[in-house]
Design a binder for this molecule. Structure first.
Ligand code: FA5
Length: 342
């Protein structure tokens, strides 16, 4: 096998040196070191060798692969130089426009977070961030989810090994951190990444983004929640959006609600996306629970307010009619290039 490998190296080096252009060079490289290349085919016989021979032939094969890559690099540089030399003395029109450099763009999620921040800044909200590696107290206990409470199972948690930390399951712990360091009146939104032990499918990802909203003052009430969410979501998603508040349960709010919006795919007429209902569930919200107020040292007799938390990918899926959440994380330029530029 050693002899065959050396023969393959010699044949490959001759072929590389004879390549006439980059395409040919790339084909030659692929035919030797690619997944279906000659080197890979030869190495299939490695399993039949003795352990001692494997220890010699394995490193030799890796060395040959590295050597061939170096040869390809050298030949590519030579080809560039040959092309440049061939041009010198030729007619050169300095007035022709140059090649336009490829300019990067913001990821749609980054861009949408900026739009969320701009929208809420214009409504006089502050922006805050919190740690993605959280402690149990901020992610659960301070949010009125004590140990052994069944509500802990509402979100499947990724715990760190041997240390008392977890990957935050929602952006709600940022509410707690903000209230610990700021006195009312409070108006804040907190965007960021969150993590859950969810199985991946078209609408679920183990890492996704949320944004949290929190407003606390002496008379803040549900009408404020409805007004602010309506203005913000209409600006962010569609000017004709209608909101529907449905009662629901989250331990950190009372009363708790989920908000549905008119399905933008069918304009509320009913289609397969909204399961013929004309509505799509968008976020969770409610009036901050008195126990949460107490956990940050606020007197619930004096202060009241609302909180909401929404999934950013799900909002974008509705806004741009995207049918699979995985597209956001595959970084395929054909997907990313479809979003409006910065
Ligand atoms: C929460 O996470 C609450 N913290 C929201 C909240 C905040 C309620 C403040 C009340 C007051 P929930 O588990 O429903 O709630 O998640 C909120 C949103 O995150 C969902 O509506 C959905 O849009 C999104 N979401 C949840 N799981 C996933 C997932 N695996 N992949 C993508 N998006 C998800």
């Amino acid at each position: 096998m050693k002899v065959k490998l050396e023969e393959l190296r010699a044949t490959a080096i001759t072929a590389i040196a004879a390549a006439k252009n980059d395409d040919e060079l790339y084909e030659i490289e692929r035919s030797f070191t690619g997944r279906k290349g000659q080197l890979t085919a030869l190495l299939k016989g490695l399993k039949d060798l003795s352990n001692e021979d494997k220890r010699i032939v394995g490193p030799l094969a890796n060395k040959i692969k590295d050597d061939l890559q170096i040869e390809v690099g050298k030949r590519s540089a030579e080809l560039k130089k040959e092309a440049f030399d061939a041009m010198s003395g030729a007619f050169f029109d300095a007035s022709l426009p140059g090649n336009r450099p490829v300019v990067g763009r913001l990821h749609p999620i980054t861009k949408f977070i900026q739009e969320i921040e701009d929208t809420f800044l214009s409504l006089n909200f502050d922006i805050a961030e919190g740690p993605e590696v959280e402690d149990d107290y901020h992610n659960f206990t301070a949010l009125n989810i004590p140990e052994d409470h069944p509500a802990r199972d509402m979100q499947d948690t990724l715990w760190a090994k041997n240390i008392p930390y977890l990957l935050r399951t929602h952006t709600s712990p940022v509410q707690i951190r903000y209230m610990e360091s700021h006195k009312p009146p409070i108006r804040v939104v907190c965007p960021g990444r969150v993590y859950r032990k969810d199985d991946v499918d078209a609408t679920h990802s183990p890492m996704f983004h949320q944004f949290e909203g929190l407003m606390i003052d002496k008379t803040t009430n549900l009408a404020h929640l409805k007004g602010i969410l309506t203005v913000a979501l209409r600006r962010l998603i569609h000017p004709d959006l209608e909101l529907r508040f449905r009662s629901s349960y989250f331990p950190f709010v009372e009363p708790g609600m989920e908000v549905d919006v008119t399905c933008v795919m069918c304009n509320g007429d009913g289609c397969h996306v909204c399961k013929r209902s004309g509505w799509i569930e968008m976020l969770g919200c409610g009036m901050v629970h008195p126990n949460v107020m107490k956990s940050v040292g606020l007197d619930p007799q004096e202060y009241q307010g609302f909180a909401f938390g929404a999934g950013i990918e799900r909002l974008l899926m509705i806004k741009f009619q995207i049918n699979d959440i995985r597209l956001f994380f595959e970084n395929d330029p054909r997907f990313l290039e479809q979003f409006p530029q910065i």
